[in-house]
Design a binder for this molecule. Structure first.
Ligand SMILES: Cc1cc2nc3c(=O)[nH]c(=O)nc-3n(C[C@H](O)[C@H](O)[C@H](O)COP(=O)(O)OP(=O)(O)OC[C@H]3O[C@@H](n4cnc5c(N)ncnc54)[C@H](O)[C@@H]3O)c2cc1C
Length: 353
């Protein structure tokens, strides 16, 4: 009998398992996919927080301030712990003055944590909460469940581009609810990026480089001529708006004069050329470039309601994108929430809190 069962070998699950193993527990990790790492492996690997707690609270106004404070206050120590485990840091800055954090090599992060996570059973999803013994739900949200996304987030769910692994279909949400957990506000919210529209071919390794991140520099319009002005620095509102427009599509019209402008280490021109090379619809006409984009869903933001011990029901704990109430109404680092709550979930599960 394991001391603790973990569902999901993405960041939250691996962190919980490594923490529990470190405390001498026998851990079994169920992983639905054919490899560990979840969407974390495909990510940019930047684990960050707002520099100021007040900015976090203001930018994510629908979240639970107790959980937000926890992530904010614990992150720096948890980043140091992660580095001590042996995960390789590639950058000690986020490149964004509002935030602070560290970029990890996601392959090294996965290998390091998987090596310390106890027994990992690949291709073996957790289907029910074990009767005896604590469980940590860390299945990564429900973005790959088109029906649930249609029901809760957008009628255009079929048209969304899945910018994540295909395995996060809401199992943690269902298991938690069946065990008596309640859900948070913001079940209709998603995090993602606008991506080159079909017929672009986008493989997993292109999820990051093909993101079109110049909404602030473009005129954004949908097929019906409705325009949208970005409200946030992260452009999360732009992708949420696009996801609800016909075909989950929009067009970015950008002046050729702006193609040299740098955004987070890349020029707009480079992002446009990348879209063009992938086969996305790009039209160049007298001084303007039009790029058709489709909303790419990366994670859902609503989820199970956890307390500050990461408990969602008796004997049931959750971490990562299975937990809501952190980014609600805005955007914060999903990796940071997974790291902090993953460690807390393991400790609470072992201590029976
Ligand atoms: C392209 C891209 C770039 C990103 N960049 C960043 C970034 O720079 N910074 C940041 O903070 N966030 C980023 N993210 C988001 C980040 O990856 C997620 O927030 C994070 O991975 C969430 O961790 P998690 O453990 O909840 O989910 P995951 O890491 O996705 O892990 C969930 C795991 O659960 C497994 N699973 C599902 N159902 C079951 C089941 N029933 N039983 C067992 N296992 C199951 C899945 O297969 C998966 O392995 C990015 C994501 C992508 C795709």
């Amino acid at each position: 009998m394991p001391d603790i069962v973990v569902a999901g070998a993405g960041l939250a699950g691996l962190v919980a398992a490594a923490e529990a193993t470190d405390r001498g527990a026998r851990v079994v990790v169920h992983e639905k996919g054919d490899r560990p790492g979840g969407s974390m492996l495909l990510s940019s690997g930047v684990i960050w927080r707002h520099r100021e707690l007040d900015d976090f609270l203001r930018e994510c106004p629908g979240g639970d301030p107790k959980l937000q404070r926890l992530v904010h206050d614990r992150l720096d120590d948890d980043l140091a712990w992660l580095e001590q485990q042996g995960a390789r840091v590639t950058e000690r800055s986020t490149g964004n003055p509002r935030t602070t954090g560290v970029r990890f090599d996601t392959r090294s992060l996965t290998e390091t944590l998987a090596g310390q996570a106890g027994e990992i059973r690949l291709g073996d999803p957790l289907r029910e909460v074990p009767e005896r013994g604590p469980v940590v739900l860390a299945t990564g949200g429900f973005q790959a469940n088109t029906e649930l996304v249609r029901e809760l987030i957008t009628p255009e769910a079929d048209a969304l581009f899945l910018r994540a692994t295909p395995w996060s279909t809401g199992d943690g949400l269902a298991l938690g609810r069946a065990a008596g957990a309640s859900t948070t506000a913001g079940l209709d919210e998603l995090y993602g990026r606008n991506m080159p529209a079909p017929p672009a071919r986008i493989t997993e390794s292109q999820f990051v480089p093909l993101a079109q991140l110049y909404g602030h520099q473009a005129v954004i319009e949908d097929a019906e001529g409705e325009r949208y002005e970005p409200q946030t620095w992260s452009e999360i509102d732009v992708v949420q708006w696009t996801a609800r427009r016909p075909g989950a599509r929009a067009t970015y019209r950008v002046s050729e004069e702006r193609l040299g402008e740098q955004i987070r280490g890349r020029t707009i021109g480079e992002m446009v050329t990348a879209a063009e090379r992938a086969g996305g619809p790009v039209r160049r006409t007298s001084g303007w470039v039009d790029v058709d984009v489709v909303a790419g869903i990366t994670t859902t933001l609503g989820g199970l309601a956890a307390n500050t011990e990461a408990r969602v029901a008796p004997g049931v704990y959750a971490a990562g994108c299975d937990v809501g109430g952190i980014s609600t109404g805005g955007y914060s680092s999903g990796l940071a929430a997974a790291l902090v709550l993953g460690r807390i979930a393991a400790r609470s599960a072992l201590d029976g809190r």
